[in-house]
Structures are given as C-alpha cells and as structure tokens.
Design a protein around this ligand. Sequence first.
Ligand SMILES: C[S@@+](CC[C@H](N)C(=O)[O-])C[C@H]1O[C@@H](n2cnc3c(N)ncnc32)[C@H](O)[C@@H]1O
Length: 240
Amino acid sequence: MDFAGKDKATYVKETFNSIAGHYDLMNSLMSIGMDKRWRRIAVRHVGAKSGMNILDVCCGTGQLSMELGTAVGSEGNVTGLDFSQNMLDVAEHSLEHFPYRDRIRFIQGNAMEIPFPDHSFDGVTVGWGLRNLPDLRQGIREMARVVKPGGKVVSLDMAKPTFPGFKQAYWLYFERLVPLMGKIWAKKSSAYQYLHDSAREFPSQQELVRIFNECGLIKTNYVNLAGGVVAVVIGTKPKN
Ligand SMILES: C[S@@+](CC[C@H](N)C(=O)[O-])C[C@H]1O[C@@H](n2cnc3c(N)ncnc32)[C@H](O)[C@@H]1O
C-alpha cells in the first residue's frame, strides 16, 4: 500500500487528524446508520457489565467507548486510547453530554505499546482499529497482555463477505462510492481511498480468528454482521 513515502503510523495519524471533524458523519453515511448497532453488538460480546473496567483501543471519536460507558454505568470505568489528538478532541467534545462522563477518560497513546501494566482490564475492545496498525499481531498481543485472565479481547472491523453477487456489489460500492463520498463530504478522497485499500488488505474474519489464536487467545470465534461486511472477532485470555 502507498503511504505517500511515510511510515504507516505517521501516514495513519495524519490521515485521522485530517478527517476527525467529519469522521462520525462519514461513518454514519457509509454504514447507512448501522455503525451504532454494530458497536452495541461488540459491547455485548466483550461482556461489558455494570462496574467493569474496559479499555477501548484506537477509540477515535469515542463512539464505542461511550457505548461501553453505558454498559458499565456509574460504577465502571472506560479508558479510550488513541494516538490522534484531533480524534480525541472530538471524543472529549461528544462526552460533554454523556451521562457517565466522569467514568470515561480518553488518553493519547500508541496501541503498539499500550501504556498499562499486564492484567489491568476486565475486557478490551478495538473498533475499526487493527487494520491501521503497523504490526497487527503486536497490537493483538498488547491487548491480550493488558486484559485480565478470563477477560475478552474483541475486534469490530470490516470483513469479507462471501455470498456470490453480494460480495461483488459490496466491493464495487467500497471501491467507487466510498472515495467519492469522502471527496464530496470530507473533501478527502485519498483518506477514503486508504479506507478501501486497508479493508482489502485486512485479513478475513476467519484468518483473524487464527491470528487471535496465534497471539495466545482461546475460545476464539467470529460473528458476521450485515452479511459479513463487518465482523466481530472474539478471543479470551487463558486463566493460567
Ligand atoms: C477508523 S478509526 C476507529 C475509531 C473508533 N474506534 C470507532 O469505533 O469509530 C481508527 C482509529 O485508530 C487510531 N489509530 C491508528 N493507529 C493507532 C496506533 N498505533 N495507536 C493508537 N491509535 C491508533 C486512529 O487515530 C483512529 O482514530
């Protein structure tokens, strides 16, 4: 993939800094408003419940962190981690009207070196984040390191639909329409071209399950959403 002569992390950080103001709107448009529902499903799969302490890696504008915040309530805690300050600024702004805003903190940091000790969280999520990392396995190993034994690591991301006809229509939509929408609404077709290219290169949901296993997670599984356009991939940290 072409990162305009930069290393991937620099390119990705600059890209998200540049689209932060339009990110939530573009997400809703591209997913036809389904992104909120998909995030709620990810929250269910990580097992977020009242009083839990959850980490949301690559939290961006904090939409998944706030869904987690609703699940853990006034007794729990959610930490959103992202390296793009502009995305975090949008997250902080959205938090102003959130009922449990005191229970959520957003911090700037690198998913490749999560700044927390081993076994810190009851669950760890990442939404549309893994494919942006320079080393996917290192990112998953870091999430597995900071979750407590018995806790879950959950990724929500683009996946690969397989149903004939639907599969072709989906890639046509993604290849042609998504960059065009990015050009019209966010004035950034290159950023949305990156979105397409990174989704193409990202492992399928079945491959990601295997990678979760390689990274030491057990009871791995995936759940297709919207016909496999998006999938939730789940793994558990062993207890011993
Ligand atoms: C597509 S956005 C996802 C935002 C959010 N999780 C959501 O549900 O909409 C990807 C985010 O990953 C962040 N990111 C990419 N690489 C990162 C890294 N190495 N460390 C921390 N954040 C990273 C980007 O800054 C961006 O905010």
